[in-house]
Design a protein around this ligand. Sequence first.
Ligand code: TGC
Ligand code: FAD
Length: 392
Amino acid sequence: MASDLFESPDYYGVDDLLSEEHKLVRAATRDWVKKEVSPIIEDYAQKAAFPTQLIKGLAEVGAFGPYIPEEYGGAGLDQISYGLMMQEIERGDSGVRSTCSVQSSLVMFPIYAYGSEEQKQKFLPKLASGEFLGSFGLTEPNFGSNPSGMITNYKDMGDHYLLNGAKMWISNAPYADVAVVWAKNEEGRIHGLIVERGMEGFTTPETHNKWSLRASATGELVFDNVKVPKENLLPGRSGLGAPLSCLDSARYGIAWGAVGAAMDCYDTALRYAKERIQFDRPIAGFQLQQKKLAEMITEITKAQLMVWRLGTLKNEGKATTAQISMAKRNSVEIALKIAREARQILGGMGITGDYSIMRHMMNLESVVTYEGTHDIHLLITGMDITGIPAFK
Ligand code: TGC
Ligand code: FAD
């Protein structure tokens, strides 16, 4: 891949809305991405390999549990810092951001918010330092958008729980040391269980042949009469609202992250358009290319303002699920459109791995589907403004 010349677009001076700490966090993450991710990521994506060597560095920049308190190994930062980190990491690659989203918001967050003190002490510091990698099992082969129908279940055997079922499409699964798994008890109530690698009957087969998120490991979580110690049940919350609340946090990170991917595509296309000569002039001088670039920066600017405002609401504990859905849906939609337009600006070069655009475009096809599809987020907005759920 060509060297990483990324310069962040900031058309409306959004930087003025950030604190010095925010800017420092962003700069540290950006430097790390330029040094550690950009030089290797295309190769790993082409090979469909998970770059495990990045895990320690992600922990060191604070990307595992940025907003988890320092007493549990987190970075103790605010939600805007978390968002900026996800933006910078997804600017590098959505798959690497995925690893962080799962670790921070889908594994550390439920343990922090709903775990016992013993669970927090046992798991959070190791997850924050990257010694442990986590995964989150909600989706099943027959229950994706409608997780309430899940059939993974556990029975109370007196001194332990017996877990059976299977989860599908699980990020990090093949490499995970622990999995936060959502399963129904004998009354049909959903609870979270911490399942640890090595427990008999627990396997994590890898999912192959993906055209998207190729540098992220995806797999299944299979439970065949797994004996889960009773102390591994998350005691703090039950019901579908428990996993959905974790999704709020991860979707918030994606809302920022996808803006990062969009910024990278725009920056690459702008630079290329100014340098590429056709008909004796830079293609940036043609109105059709200017239209594409002008529309890209307009959408990026709107999205930057939206996620910043969402971050301030989240810092105040006021961001609603529906507001987060709107931002996740919007950021991914504009990022996908920008990736497609940017690729065209690069002509034939746009399909090569010499540039990041095609990889971003393919990655975003997963991002538009996971953590709630584009359609589901639209229906969440629809329900919020009308008061009428249209899911079923
Ligand atoms: P519904 O009846 O609306 O809600 C059930 C209960 O949950 C409560 N609730 C929430 N609580 C907290 N936070 C939220 N965001 C909540 N949303 C709903 C709700 O109040 C209710 O509580 P109660 O006490 O009345 O029982 O549920 P529903 O079955 O009708 O479904 C609603 C729907 C479709 C919006 C929901 O199921 C949904 O969001 N589906 C999408 C599934 C999804 O996003 N899956 C993601 C899997 S994880 C993933 O993709 C990780 S990718 C990671 C990566 O690599 O980055
Ligand atoms: P379906 O639910 O079958 O949806 C298929 C289509 O039908 C979609 O277009 C959808 O919008 C539409 N649809 C569904 N219901 C409605 C409706 N009511 N109205 C209108 N249209 C509807 N899950 C995890 O639990 N943990 C993970 O770590 C994880 N990582 C993932 C990583 C990758 C790379 C991918 C691709 C997925 C991952 N997922 C994970 C699963 C992801 O969350 C699901 O794929 C997603 O929720 C959609 O479920 P589904 O694929 O079963 O699609």
